[in-house]
Ligand binder design. Structure first.
Ligand SMILES: Cc1cc2nc3c(=O)[nH]c(=O)nc-3n(C[C@H](O)[C@H](O)[C@H](O)COP(=O)(O)OP(=O)(O)OC[C@H]3O[C@@H](n4cnc5c(N)ncnc54)[C@H](O)[C@@H]3O)c2cc1C
Length: 320
């Protein structure tokens, strides 16, 4: 078993940086472990740059058949790598790709996976993978006692880590000739770019978030007006979707939504359920408006305003 912590370096995914930083933290605690990145593709000349994000070593698996992501080929390539080097830990971002690839690799190498973790903590000689359970009411600690590598997928944008140390990464180029004989059951049809998100809550400096307490047209108008005045993105809780004012989960905060990290977050009419607050842990300043002085959201806020959201939002927007 190699004393290595691997991170799947999904192309252009910010979560890779977060996972490498977290892996460095874990390596510091257990000692003598190397943090490594695993890159797949048809052109990996820049793979060494993963050292800038914290990888000491980069395993580069380069082959024309890996140009576009196809789960079966990627999983087979990773399986070979795992069998050869036998890392002890292997982390993936729980992105759309990671959420498919990680369990597929797990099935091939016959190990265990803690999926959709919100944190990884090393303590008492084992790695605990923190996963919300029972609808987020408890955070369970999952550990994998015997099977190796210990694999985990971690939600993007949720790990709280220090800046990773940079390395002049050692590049290990793998022999991928076995892929010449592999065929994929998946056919690549084309690539459609995401439409530009004009309300990107994950990267916004200011986020104004609506909960079920935003009930009237007037309160929703006041909230959107406030967001407009402070150039903020508009987010919402799951229950706010039930009001019918927004149509989907695209800007929903929480365990099954997105994590935000603005300089300022304003919650209006949000109660502060566990599934919601886990998505706001990285917000710098939090102001919450709620008519109930006992609302749990106040425990996660720097400033609390007890009162009717419509009145307060309207007054603040007018002042601005
Ligand atoms: C598996 C699972 C996953 C989930 N994932 C998510 C998730 O990702 N994100 C998420 O948000 N939820 C999620 N939920 C739902 C979550 O448990 C809560 O139900 C939800 O977050 C509550 O949203 P809310 O705070 O807007 O509504 P409520 O809990 O109904 O709170 C409304 C608040 O508004 C206040 N209020 C009412 N009127 C006014 C007024 N006029 N002025 C000021 N305040 C007012 C009330 O006092 C109350 O505190 C999940 C649940 C499950 C079971």
């Amino acid at each position: 078993m190699a004393k290595e912590i691997w991170v799947y370096a999904q192309k252009d995914a910010d979560v890779v940086k977060e996972l490498l930083a977290k892996s460095q933290e874990i390596a510091k605690v257990i000692g003598e472990y190397k943090v490594c990145a695993v890159a797949l593709g048809d052109d990996l000349k820049d793979a060494k740059n993963l050292g800038d994000l914290g990888a000491e070593k980069v395993y580069a698996v380069e082959h024309t058949s890996l140009k576009e992501y196809r789960c079966d080929l990627y999983a087979k390539a990773i399986e070979k790598l795992v069998q050869k080097y036998q890392p002890e830990y292997f982390f993936f971002g729980a992105t759309a790709i990671g959420s498919e690839l990680a369990p597929t690799v797990v099935a091939l190498v016959k190990t265990g996976l803690a999926a959709h973790c919100i944190d990884l903590r090393y303590g008492k000689d084992r790695l605990n993978c923190m996963v919300p359970a029972f609808g987020g009411k408890v955070i369970s600690e999952i550990y994998i006692p015997n099977a190796r590598p210990v694999m985990a997928s971690v939600r993007p944008g949720i790990l709280q880590t220090e800046e990773a140390a940079k390395y002049e990464a050692e590049l290990v180029c793998e022999d991928t000739s076995f892929l010449n004989d592999e065929t994929s059951t998946e056919e690549f049809l084309g690539f459609e770019e995401n439409q530009k998100d004009t309300n990107n809550i994950e990267d916004a400096d200011v986020v104004v978030s609506a909960g079920r307490g935003i009930t009237s047209d007037a309160s929703w108008n006041a909230l959107t007006q406030l967001a407009d005045k402070v150039d903020g993105a508009i987010a919402w809780s799951r229950s706010f979707i039930d009001t019918g004012r927004v149509k989907d989960e695209s800007s929903m905060i929480g365990t099954s939504g997105k994590s935000v990290k603005p300089k300022l977050l304003v919650n209006a009419g949000v109660s502060g359920a566990a599934q919601y607050v886990c998505g706001i842990a990285r917000a710098k300043k939090v102001i919450s408006i709620n008519k109930d002085p006992k609302a749990p959201i106040f425990a996660y806020s720097d400033y609390g305003v007890v009162g009717d959201a419509e009145k307060i939002l309207t007054a603040v927007a007018a002042k601005l």
